[in-house]
Design a protein around this ligand. Structure first.
Ligand SMILES: [Zn+2]
Ligand SMILES: [Zn+2]
Length: 310
């Protein structure tokens, strides 16, 4: 699991930063990439990475401002042109359906794969045996959402060495043991399967927050997350601008991280007014409140490490 930032600037693209898009690489977990937002030229950014458009399985849109969605129709079309045949699921606020359908229809774009577009409000927007994704409304000029991506706990592995030491050979009996059943061995000994399975591994939690002012919903979404991705469009001194434009400052992002007790904070959606050393200052500001802060640049990647058994 890895976060790969494709665009980290706010509003309009600059030479240094493209507009918003983040890839959550789930190659080991499910051979897939999930995208969060898809600003203009996201597909160009993807060309500089190892991401394969046909591996993109789900696209989650935080809100409908252009810097978060104008790259979507192009990417959807290219995915088809480049041989993508597996279904693609797009999740976004009300309006995403007509935006995508209209762009594809008027441009005569026909997709060779099934496109499923889900308009969501709050709550669980996706769940399978591996992951659950919930959304909450934030505080922005348009309805903007944050996502909490929770990996379900992974079952503990079978303690094969200990079984072998007892002379238990691999076979269907291993399945019974793994289920934690009481099992009678050939010599009549009864063993308790639960003693031969390692504790379950805790799944990871990633929170990706869309454009927003400082708000409670961000804290709730990020509770004890391994990684929180939060916008920091402005530095602390420009709190008035952040408020007027419905964005956050470095300090506000750090405050969310602290209150939510996350392990790591990554700042993104950075105004083009901050360049070079000023970016270091943004990080230093945030660190006055929360220690483990990084600032994302285009193509920055951050592994989301597996947890050891707890
Ligand atoms: Zn934005
Ligand atoms: Zn916005």
């Amino acid at each position: 699991m890895e976060l790969l930032f494709l665009g980290t600037g706010s509003g309009v693209p600059s030479k240094g930063r493209n507009v918003s898009a983040i890839a959550l690489q789930l190659l080991e977990e499910r051979g897939a990439t999930w995208l969060f937002d898809c600003g203009e030229a996201t597909q160009h950014q993807i060309l500089h990475t190892s991401i394969r458009p046909r591996r993109i399985e789900r696209i989650f849109i935080t809100h409908l401002h252009g810097d978060h969605i104008f790259g979507l129709p192009g990417l959807l079309g290219s995915r088809s042109f480049q041989g993508g045949e597996t279904p693609l699921f797009v999740y976004g606020p009300t309006g995403i359906h007509s935006f995508v359908e209209t762009a594809l229809a008027v441009s005569g774009t026909r997709l060779k794969y099934d496109l499923h577009i889900h308009e969501f409000t709050e709550g669980v927007i996706f769940e399978d045996e591996q992951f659950i994704v919930t959304a909450k409304l934030l505080d922005h000029g348009l309805p903007s959402y944050g996502f909490r991506i929770v990996e379900k706990d992974l079952p503990g592995t079978l303690l094969v060495d200990q079984l072998r030491a007892l002379g238990v050979r691999p076979g269907p009996i291993y399945q019974q043991i793994k289920r934690g059943e009481l099992v009678t061995l050939d010599d009549g000994t009864v063993i308790d399967g639960r003693n031969f399975v390692a504790p379950p591994k805790k799944g990871r939690i990633v929170a990706i927050i869309g454009d927003t002012r400082y708000c409670e919903a961000s804290v709730e979404l990020a509770k004890q997350a391994d990684v929180l991705v939060h916008e920091a469009t402005f530095r602390a001194k420009e709190a008035h601008l952040a408020h007027d434009y419905y964005h956050s400052t470095t300090l506000q992002a750090a405050e969310v991280a602290k209150r939510a007790e996350v392990k790591q904070l990554i700042l993104t959606h950075i105004s083009s007014r901050y360049q070079g050393e000023m970016c270091d200052e943004l990080v230093e500001e945030a660190k006055t409140i929360f220690p483990n802060v990084s600032l994302a640049f285009d193509f920055s990647s951050f592994p989301v490490l597996k947890k050891s058994a707890e």
